[in-house]
Write a protein that binds this ligand. Structure first.
Ligand code: ACM
Ligand code: ZN
Length: 614
């Protein structure tokens, strides 16, 4: 093993001054002197015999736009440089189960690892060094030696398929995009008030009723509730066969699926199918994104044995369908007001000696932990499961900041850090004047700066990092990509790369390279890091001053107050702006080297005044 440590800012590609376009940045990277000319459409792909390496090689051939027949076991007999995949004869402890060495030299490309997973990640690194297919002839690859391995075992994204449904094919494409940046856990939020998305044999109402809601478009939480007689036509669910395909796809991308059945709260779709599991009996309809909280029940009744019988059946099926070690039971944001009024809940509390409804939730989670463990699985819950006492073996996902994760880790539990706002990829990533409607703010720089291991916490307890893509305001797959990338790349780098060398400027240069790759593949992403940020203030006399800035360096900001469309010929903002008399709109763009790069933003002066007065 080489001792060269490379900060993430380095190295540049010899002779070009350009940084290698790798996300996440590898643990160690030594550039060589020279370039290999490789024809990705023709170079031999060889691997040691064995099914697992064969699958990695076939994935590579596929990514290069070649047929599965391009990859073959055994030594290369072809002329010219080849790509070889091999398992190391002697285990390299530092590389662990997912690390790899990638060597590019005059002979070709050589990927070696302790395990096939490592070869898979070496291949992802190689693919990031190549342009998008189709290839035309030989392409230059820099000589280099990379030794790389992840910081965390859990490198996750949550996809909320309940608020909006995403098809099996879309979920698979999402996985492909995750695997390309070495993310390895897909947490599927399968149930919520707005839809139950998993077929459960023996409980057909869960999907026949629970998977469908009345269609609505526009601003979430402002939707009309279901109208009398209105048909529930929006929705969908995954059959057991669909899940088997998703599991197979995930496995071949080194991804673990973590299914979440969110109880006791967030359960209106479940209650629409099974009103007898509520405290007060309903009737219920699957919520389309209209307001209901505290007015209509959305938590199952922990006073009734029927609730546990239903969940025992559901978790048994979930455990059989998803092979990974974890089942997520939700546990977040359960409104307990109906429990306090429910005779069954009150009787349960009296029988079990539970003083508060928080203790009743803790009782509920402990019983679920027994069900989950009985199926050979580990329970994960959101940090609310700490309230009223944590179940003995539970793993905690910290989302309301880091406090829950810290408390759970200090009590000896494993935790996954996914705090809002930094890890909430559904939030605004730029100014609402140009971004699609959502709430709060998590800019790319904010997500990138996130450090998952707080002081005073044993790093061993932090399994890793996750970004959450909640989909209340994400109705389709293009928009899902827009919200996920590039912030998902920031999550990937926090989860994989050594923290010492994280450096924002170097990262956003690499992000730009990935934007070009995404363009070549017609994948969507948010260009928000090129846009302007507004900071308005009012002085004592009520006069407005506007400071403009950009998230990344090296951009100039050009503006107009006269409704004209600004470009690089318009005034350049170099100091705080004052508003000329009668101007109603400030229009801005950013430019680099005289060309527009950021989106035009038309900001009403009245909106700036409103913000400054807050
Ligand atoms: C959550 O965002 N309610 C986990
Ligand atoms: Zn009850």
């Amino acid at each position: 093993m080489s001792e060269t440590h490379s900060p993430i800012a380095a190295p540049t590609r010899p002779g070009t001054g350009k940084r290698l376009p790798l996300i996440p940045w590898p643990a160690r990277c030594q550039p060589g002197l020279g370039e290999l000319l490789l024809d990705p459409a023709r170079a031999a792909i060889t691997h040691q015999p064995g099914e697992a390496l064969a699958e990695v090689a076939i994935n590579l051939a596929d990514a290069l736009g070649r047929g599965a027949g391009a990859a073959h076991a055994g030594g290369s007999t072809a002329q010219g440089p080849s790509i070889t995949l091999a398992l190391l004869d002697r285990t390299a402890p530092e590389l662990g189960t997912e690390g790899y060495c990638l060597d590019i030299d005059a002979r070709g490309v050589h990927v070696a690892a302790n395990q096939p997973a490592g070869c898979f990640y070496g291949v992802q690194t190689l693919l990031q060094l190549l342009p998008a297919p189709p290839f035309s002839g030989r392409t230059p690859l820099p000589f280099l030696h990379i030794e790389d391995y992840p910081r965390f075992a859990w490198r996750g994204l949550l996809l909320d398929v309940s608020r909006h449904f995403f098809t099996k094919a879309e979920v698979m494409e999402f996985m492909d995009q995750m695997a390309a940046c070495k993310l390895n856990v897909l947490h599927l939020h399968l149930t919520d008030d707005q839809g139950w998305r998993l077929e459960i044999a023996g409980a057909p109402e869960l999907t026949a009723i629970g998977a469908w809601r009345v269609p609505r478009q526009g601003d979430w939480w402002s939707f009309d509730p279901p109208q009398p007689g209105e048909a529930a036509t929006y929705g969908g669910y995954y059959t057991r066969a669909d899940v088997a395909e998703l599991v197979a796809h995930a496995r071949s991308r080194q991804i673990a699926l973590v299914p979440e059945i969110d109880v006791p709260g967030h359960s209106m779709a479940l209650l629409a199918a099974h009103p007898e599991l509520s405290c007060l009996g309903g009737p219920f309809r699957v919520n389309p994104g209209s307001q209901f909280y505290t007015q209509i029940e959305n938590a199952v009744c922990p006073g009734k044995e029927a609730t546990f019988a239903c969940l025992e059946h559901v978790f048994g099926q979930v455990a059989a369908a998803f092979p990974g070690p974890f089942i997520h039971i939700g546990g977040d944001e359960a409104y307990k007001g109906f429990w306090a009024r429910c005779p069954d809940c009150r009787a349960r509390m009296a029988r079990e000696g539970l003083a508060t409804v928080e203790e009743l939730q803790s009782y509920f989670v402990r019983r679920l932990e027994c069900l989950v463990n009985a199926n050979g699985k580990r329970l994960i819950g959101w940090d609310e499961i700490l309230e009223g006492g944590l179940a003995p073996h539970a793993t905690v996902m910290s989302w309301r900041g880091m406090a829950g994760g810290i408390a759970a880790a200090q009590a000896g539990h494993d935790v996954i850090m996914t705090p809002s706002p930094a890890c909430y990829l559904d939030l605004y990533q730029g100014d609402a004047v140009v971004e699609p409607l959502t709430y709060s703010l998590a800019r790319l720089s904010h997500t990138y700066a996130f450090e998952p291991v707080p002081p005073d916490v044993d790093p061993q307890r932090v399994l890793g990092v996750q970004g959450n893509v909640w989909t209340e305001s994400i109705a389709d797959f293009r928009h899902l990509q827009y919200m996920t990338w590039p912030r998902g790349w920031a999550i990937a780098e926090s989860a994989w790369s050594p923290p010492e060398g994280k450096q924002w400027t170097a990262f956003n240069e690499r992000v730009e390279a990935h934007f070009r790759r995404a363009d070549a593949r017609d994948r969507k992403y948010a260009p928000s890091m090129f846009d302007v940020a507004f900071a308005p203030t009012l002085d004592e006399g009520g006069e407005l001053t506007i400071c403009l800035s950009t998230e990344i360096e090296g951009l100039s900001i050009h503006y107009s107050f006269d409704n004209a469309i600004p470009d690089a010929h318009y005034p350049c903002c170099t100091a705080p702006l004052r508003v000329p008399p009668n101007a109603s709109t400030l229009k801005v763009v950013t430019c680099r080297e005289g060309r527009i790069i950021g989106r035009q933003m038309a900001m009403p002066i009245a909106e700036l005044r409103r913000r400054a007065a807050r």
